[in-house]
Design a protein around this ligand. Structure first.
Ligand code: FAD
Length: 391
C-alpha cells in the first residue's frame, strides 16, 4: 500500500458540495424532520421522506448519469446521507441502502443489467436492497447457506436472508448465494432478484432498538427461478463483489453516524443556552462547555476521516487503484460510529432527565446511533479488516 500524498489527500468539499449540503439541509428540516419522531414512535416507513427525496432527486444520487442518475461523487453521496441522518436516521437508509443494493451491479454487472436496473432506481420507481446476511451467517458471511443451482437458462435460488434493510419496500434485491459449496467464498455468486419473482416473500418486520422507521425483514427464497443473465459478474465472484461494495458503502454508514451525532450536538448546544440552573444557563458552566468541546472535536475528527475515505472511494470509482480504500472505509465506519455513540450519549446527559424522555429527540438519536456500530460489519469486524490492511 502506498501512503503518498496526492490530490485526494487534500480533498475538501467544493463550493458545489457546500451548496448541495445547504439544499439537503433545508429539505430535510422542512419535509423530513417533522415526521421523525412519529416514524420512530409508530415504527412506520418514512414515506414522506421517500416522496421528498424522490421529488428532489436525492434518493439515489450515486447512480451514474449514463444510466439516468445524477452521477454524484462519493463525497456528495456522504453529504446527502449526513444531512438526512441529522434529522432522521431511518430516512437516511433510503439513499444509503439504494447505494448498497445497487453498487454490486455498478461495480460488476453487465451493461444489460445496468440499463435494466439502474434506470428505474434513478427515476425513483424502484428501490434496491442488499442480501448478504443470514440467520447463521453474520460476521462470517461466507458461511452462508442460500443456494443457487443452475437449471438450463436459469438459476434456482433457495434460502433465507436475514436483517434485510428496506425488505418488502424495495423492488430489487442483490442476493448472494452459494453456487459451488466446495469453494466457500469463491463459490458464491451474486444475482438480482425482483420482489415480484415467484417464490420471494418476507418475514415480519423486526422490532428494533432504533432506526425503527427503516423496515428490517427476512427475505425468503423458495425455488425462485432467476434467468442466468441476472447473475452479477461471473460465477464465483459474488463474494468478492459483496466485499468490494462494502469498501465503498461503509463510508455511507460513517456518514449516517456523522449526521446523527451532528443532530444531537446541535440540539444540545441550543438547550444549554436555554436551560437555567443555579441562576444561569448551564452552558455557562465550564464542565458543560468542556463536554461540548469534546463532542465537537470527536465529530470533526470523524468527519475528516470520513471525507478522506470518500476521496479514496471516488478515486477507485474514477478508475484509480484500490490501495488504501479498504482500510479507510473500515476506519471511517468504525471511528465515526464509536464517536456517534459517545456524542449522542453525552448529548442525552446534557439534557439531564429531559434527555431521557421521548419529549426530546436525543434518546432517539442515541438509540439510532447504536446500529452504526453493528451493521455492514460490526466494529470488531472493522478492526479485523483494518488489521489485515494496515497502512
Ligand atoms: C437493523 C439491521 C439492518 C441490517 N441490514 C442488513 C442488510 O440490509 N443486508 C445485510 O446483508 N445485512 C444486514 N444486517 C446484518 C448485519 O450486517 C449483521 O447483523 C452484522 O454483520 C453482525 O452479524 P450477526 O448479527 O450475525 O452477529 P454475529 O456475527 O453473531 O456477532 C455477534 C458478536 O460477535 C462478535 N464477533 C463475531 N466474530 C468475531 C470475531 N472474529 N472477532 C471478534 N468478534 C467477533 C461481533 O462483533 C458481535 O459483537 C443488518 C442488521 C441489522 C441489525
Amino acid at each position: 500500500m502506498t501512503s503518498s500524498v496526492n490530490d485526494f489527500d487534500l480533498y475538501r468539499p467544493s463550493e458545489e458540495h457546500d451548496m448541495l449540503r445547504d439544499a439537503v439541509r433545508s429539505l430535510a428540516e422542512a419535509k423530513i424532520a417533522p415526521y421523525a419522531a412519529e416514524v420512530d414512535e409508530e415504527a412506520r416507513f418514512p414515506q414522506e421522506a421517500l416522496d421528498a427525496l424522490v421529488a428532489n432527486d436525492l434518493h439515489a444520487v450515486h447512480v451514474p448519469e449514463s444510466y439516468g442518475g445524477s452521477g454524484a461523487d462519493a463525497l456528495a453521496t456522504v453529504i446527502v446521507i449526513e444531512e438526512v441522518s441529522r434529522v432522521c436516521a431511518s430516512s437516511s437508509l433510503i439513499p444509503a441502502v439504494n447505494k448498497l443494493g445497487s453498487l454490486p451491479v455498478i461495480l460488476s454487472g453487465s451493461e444489460e443489467l445496468k440499463k435494466k436496473y439502474l434506470a428505474p432506481l434513478a427515476k425513483g420507481d424502484a428501490m434496491f436492497s442488499y442480501c448478504l446476511s443470514e440467520p447463521d451467517a453474520g460476521s462470517d458471511a461466507a458461511g452462508m447457506k442460500t443456494k443457487a443451482v443452475r437449471d438450463g437458462d436459469f438459476y434456482v435460488l433457495n434460502g433465507v436472508k436475514r436483517w434485510i434493510t428496506n425488505a418488502g419496500v424495495s423492488e430489487y434485491y442483490t442476493v448472494m448465494a452459494v453456487t459451488d459449496p466446495e469453494k466457500r467464498s469463491k463459490g458464491i455468486s451474486a444475482f438480482v432478484v425482483e420482489k415480484s419473482d415467484p417464490g420471494v416473500s418476507f418475514g415480519a418486520p423486526e422490532k428494533k432498538l432504533g432506526i425503527k422507521g427503516s423496515p428490517t425483514r427476512e427475505v425468503y427464497l423458495d425455488n425462485v427461478r432467476v434467468p442466468a443473465d441476472r447473475m452479477i459478474g461471473a460465477e464465483g465472484t459474488g463474494f468478492a463483489t459483496a466485499m468490494k461494495t462494502l469498501d465503498h458503502t461503509r463510508i455511507t454508514i460513517a456518514a449516517q453516524a456523522l449526521g446523527i451525532a451532528q443532530g444531537a450536538l446541535d440540539y444540545a448546544k441550543g438547550y444549554v443556552q436555554e436551560r437555567k440552573q443555579f441562576g444561569k444557563p448551564i452552558g455557562d458552566f465550564q464542565g458543560v462547555q468542556f463536554m461540548l468541546a469534546d463532542m465537537a472535536m470527536k465529530l470533526e475528527a470523524a468527519r475528516q476521516l470520513t471525507y478522506a475515505a470518500a476521496a479514496r472511494s471516488e478515486r477507485v470509482a474514477l478508475g484509480g487503484g484500490k490501495e488504501d480504500l479498504t482500510f479507510f472505509g473500515a476506519a471511517a465506519k468504525c471511528y465515526a460510529s464509536d464517536a456517534a455513540m459517545e456524542i449522542t450519549t453525552d448529548a442525552v446527559q446534557l439534557l439531564g432527565g429531559y434527555g431521557y424522555t421521548r419529549d426530546y429527540p436525543l434518546e432517539r438519536m442515541m438509540r439510532d446511533a447504536k446500529i452504526t456500530q453493528i451493521y455492514e460489519g460490526t466494529n470488531q469486524v472493522q478492526r479485523i479488516v483494518m488489521a489485515r490492511n494496515l497502512p
